[in-house]
Ligand binder design. Structure first.
Ligand code: GDP
Length: 478
């Protein structure tokens, strides 16, 4: 039970409370001491095990070599701010809409597909429409591999900048080949050769210098050489990657973005990575599930099927999945619901573990005794400046204990706001509301962040309760 674990850890020299999260190392120590084998499992492994318990394998194409058919590459545009990522994504989209789409109303769904002719063949490329490596990294952090090739945009008048290096390091870490777009060649002072020289230092050596990275000089503004860039993407993909998938299986892939639409409910843009997604399929995406009611492509047209590397906007999910969450089609509604519910429960547990790490009134005395904090931070909100000041003055006279400071980080008149909660979460503070309540969003944020918010209507009650908490005499509320 928790109390004996606390005791064992105490004997090992670790001061913890029963509701506190501990490090992996501490867990291992605890396991050794109690003769248990502790296995640390990443969220991705945990999810794989969950799916396996339903006899589902995620991320593998079924049917072996013969079942594989080539698919378009998926590309992310990265680079330093203002070097032209957004402009480039617009230029590509405008000049290369897929035949027959002209006249359709462009929908920004988070990704789009274009076609280009390479060596007399019609080839397609999928672009993730959110520029920058934040999105890329966020997805990767969730274990999702969303991108086959990265276009690194470098402005020829500016050269390599800090975020250029950051972006290329992200791509390298993910083992994603890079095509360099040397942009803004129309600008005076543009020096494409210099960019090539600079990037050599980072291991990106241009083909014309004997390396194996393709550099393409472009102007996103004037639409110069966009075709050349697309060709370079296809050639790089053909030379370094084996992009094939089985289109004849239950669809799997990742969610790229999702939101709640007033009329349509939860909508999510998903990128099919293998299999074919059809209207009517039952899918689970992150902790959302449902039957695909309708699908829209990037031109805003209703489509019935989506094949590998095709992004589509899906309607019919129960709620909104996160960017980078995987999705998969399952045979039965019940399976989808069960997987979604298990994932949701896991999320809640994770949120709870995070939550209980924050300082709360209940374990204040233990946290202080363990020396985990040297400073007790408070935020005071009240209905009038007089009462706020009075409360603060009395609190500052409390005996907090040796070597501990009581600090009022922020005080103010009015309801407890989301900003107050953010401040509290960032600095491990407890929020006191005197004759005021919290705004709805603030309550949700406090819940999510695990911030302890206490309400009082009589000053001495507030003082008494905090005194009791400091001495470990506070009675739990539940
Ligand atoms: P991002 O921050 O990388 O997405 O950069 P933007 O696409 O927003 O571009 C930043 C600025 O550079 C904008 O004012 C663009 O119009 C301009 N810009 C982008 N590409 C070019 C180009 O090829 N030539 C010129 N002259 N300006 C460009």
């Amino acid at each position: 039970n928790p109390a004996s674990l606390v005791q064992v850890l105490f004997n090992l020299g670790e001061m913890v409370t029963a509701t506190q999260s501990v490090s992996d190392a501490t867990l291992q120590l605890l396991g050794d001491e109690m003769n248990y084998t502790v296995q640390i499992v990443s969220p991705e492994e945990e999810d794989r095990e969950l799916l396996e318990s339903f006899d589902i394998e995620f991320g593998e194409d079924e049917g072996g070599e013969e079942a594989l058919v080539s698919r378009p590459p998926v590309v992310t545009v990265m680079g330093h701010v203002d070097h032209g990522k957004t402009r480039l994504l617009d230029a590509i989209r405008k000049t290369n809409v897929i035949e027959g789409e002209a006249g359709g109303i462009t929908q920004h769904i988070g990704a789009y597909q274009v076609s280009t002719e390479v060596n007399g063949e019609d080839r397609r490329i999928t672009f993730i429409d959110t520029p920058g490596h934040e999105a890329f990294t966020a997805m990767r952090a969730r274990g999702a591999k969303s991108t086959d090739i990265a276009i690194l945009v470098v402005a020829a008048n500016d050269g390599v900048m800090p975020q250029t290096v950051e972006a290329l390091n992200h791509a390298k870490a993910a083992d994603v080949p890079i095509v360099v777009a040397v942009n803004k060649i129309d600008v005076e002072g543009a020096d494409p050769a210099k960019v090539r020289g600079q990037l050599t230092e980072f291991g990106l050596v241009a083909e014309e210098y004997g390396g194996d990275t393709m550099f393409v000089d472009i102007s996103a503004k004037q639409g110069t050489n966009i075709e050349g860039l697309l060709e370079a993407v296809i050639l790089t993909a053909d030379a370094t990657l084996d992009l094939r998938a089985n289109p004849h299986q239950a669809a799997q892939g990742i969610a790229i973005e999702a939101h709640l639409d007033r009329g349509r409910g939860a909508v999510a843009t998903v990128l099919v990575q293998r299999g074919t997604l059809r209207v009517g399929d039952t899918m689970v995406a992150g902790d959302a599930y449902g039957r695909v009611r309708a699908m829209l492509d990037d031109a805003g047209r209703n489509v019935q099927v989506a094949t590998p590397a095709m992004p589509v906007l899906v309607q019919g999910l129960t709620n909104v999945p996160g960017a980078g969450d995987n999705f998969l089609v399952v045979g039965e509604d019940r399976t989808a619901r069960q997987i979604a519910e298990k994932r949701a429960a896991r999320e809640r547990n994770a949120a709870f573990a995070k939550r209980t790490r924050r300082v709360s009134m209940e374990d204040l005395d233990k946290v202080l005794a363990a020396g985990e904090i040297q400073q007790l931070n408070l935020i005071i909100k009240g209905d009038a400046s007089g009462s706020v000041e009075a409360l603060e003055a009395s609190l500052l006279q409390l005996d907090v204990g040796e070597g501990v400071d009581l600090r009022v980080l922020h005080r103010g008149v009015g309801a407890v706001t989301e900003t107050d909660i953010d401040l509290a979460a960032g600095s491990d503070a407890i929020v006191l509301g005197f004759n005021v309540r919290a705004e709805g969003r603030a309550t949700q944020a406090a819940e999510r962040e695990g911030v302890d918010v206490r309400y009082y209507s009589v000053i001495y009650q507030a003082i008494e309760e905090i005194e009791a908490a400091l001495k470990g005499l506070l009675k739990p509320e539940y």
